[in-house]
Design a protein. Structure first.
Lengths: 181, 173
């Protein structure tokens, strides 16, 4: 991970339309952003489109970015908003996806079909998008509750409750042994 | 201590929010309760596994697509170009001033190709006329000023050409 001062310098250069600085920012963050989006929407091409839109929005809004704030948190906020637009556009449920559309049995069947993926990745994919997002932001990206609250525009208490529930679900899903075909 | 309370403390530790008292209570209980210890292990392992999950990347050419959409183009470093140009100019000047090679080559060419000789005569005529006109202005011989004036003019030319071209580049990020 680059030092904050290096990131700040890169952002300042990108604010002045420096193409190589934009390239460096893309190289630094595209993996994290794409992985986050891909795990949210579970479709490679859609994830790429969302990541693309998020970076375009980010670079277009960069001149107004406050350098005293965290760039990655800001970028994740933009990405979250673009992903939410995708969910709205595709009429997909963000909060209650699992509760409405799939029983535990369905979830486990789907879980077994995706045996090639790592177990934890499969388990993550079984979570509702919001819970998945919380687990990734907290455990993978290591953001604090306050930062996640800023990214998702959600109260800290709600985040905590959902994350605790998500961890429990994950544990159950991970411990469930896949059936042999 | 009740298992429910321990479960709450496990979640709190995973949230990185336990205080020293809660830490010691939790550790004490985990040391004597295999059930809670197992659950704690599983929960922490999940957190670690999530941290290590594979990172995915968009297809090759993603950066180029973003850069193209933004309308950014690679900028040429005109300041650097001016420095390189100056250095080349000085090196060429020194070479022509101190190396016997250019003189030999030119004299050989001039004797073997009469047209070149005539060209040199014409240039010499123009330069001598210019010298007569401009030397009172610069209070020095034009032939002495030639390299310096040429160098300054060329640097300014390269620099301002670069700047002008740079303005043409569309940047709308």
């Amino acid at each position: 991970m680059k030092e904050r001062s290096e990131i700040t310098t890169l952002i300042q250069r990108a604010q002045n339309h420096d193409e190589s600085a934009c390239q460096k920012i893309l190289n630094l963050y595209k993996g994290r952003i794409f992985s986050y989006v891909y795990r949210m929407v579970k479709n490679y091409h859609d994830a790429e489109d969302i990541t693309f839109d998020a970076f375009i929005k980010c670079f277009n809004a960069l001149p107004s970015f406050d350098l005293s704030k965290s760039f990655s948190t800001w970028l994740f906020t933009i990405t979250h908003n673009v992903t939410m637009d995708y969910f709205r556009k595709n009429r997909q449920e963000y909060e209650y996806f699992d509760d409405r559309h799939a029983s535990n049995e369905d979830l486990m069947q789907e879980y077994e079909q995706k045996r090639k993926m790592e177990r934890i990745d499969q388990a993550l994919a079984m979570l509702p998008p919001i819970d998945r997002e919380l687990v990734i932001l907290f455990h993978k990206e290591e953001y604090s509750y306050q930062e996640i609250s800023g990214i998702l525009d959600m109260p800290v208490t709600t985040i905590k409750t959902r994350l605790h529930r998500a961890r429990k679900k994950l544990r159950v899903l991970v411990l469930q042994k896949p059936k042999k075909t | 201590m009740k298992h429910k309370e321990i479960e709450r403390l496990i979640q709190k530790r995973l949230d990185r929010e336990t205080n020293p008292d809660e830490e010691s209570r939790l550790d004490k209980h985990l040391a004597q309760c295999p059930h809670c210890a197992g659950q704690y292990q599983e929960m922490t392992q999940i957190g670690k596994s999530v941290k290590e999950i594979t990172e995915f990347y968009p297809q090759a050419g993603f950066n180029a697509r973003v850069i193209a959409k933004l309308g950014l183009k690679r900028r040429f470093a005109w300041t650097k170009a001016a420095i390189v140009f100056t250095a080349s100019w000085v090196a060429a000047l020194l070479f022509f001033a101190y190396s016997p090679l250019p003189g030999r080559v030119l004299s050989h060419l001039a004797t073997s190709v009469p047209a070149i000789m005539r060209l040199f005569d014409s240039i010499a005529l123009v330069m001598s006329s210019l010298n007569q006109v401009l030397s009172p202005v610069f209070k020095s011989s034009l032939s002495t000023l030639n390299p310096v004036v040429g160098l300054v003019f060329s640097i300014l030319f390269v620099y301002f050409l670069g700047k002008a071209l740079q303005k043409e580049v569309k940047c709308k990020a």
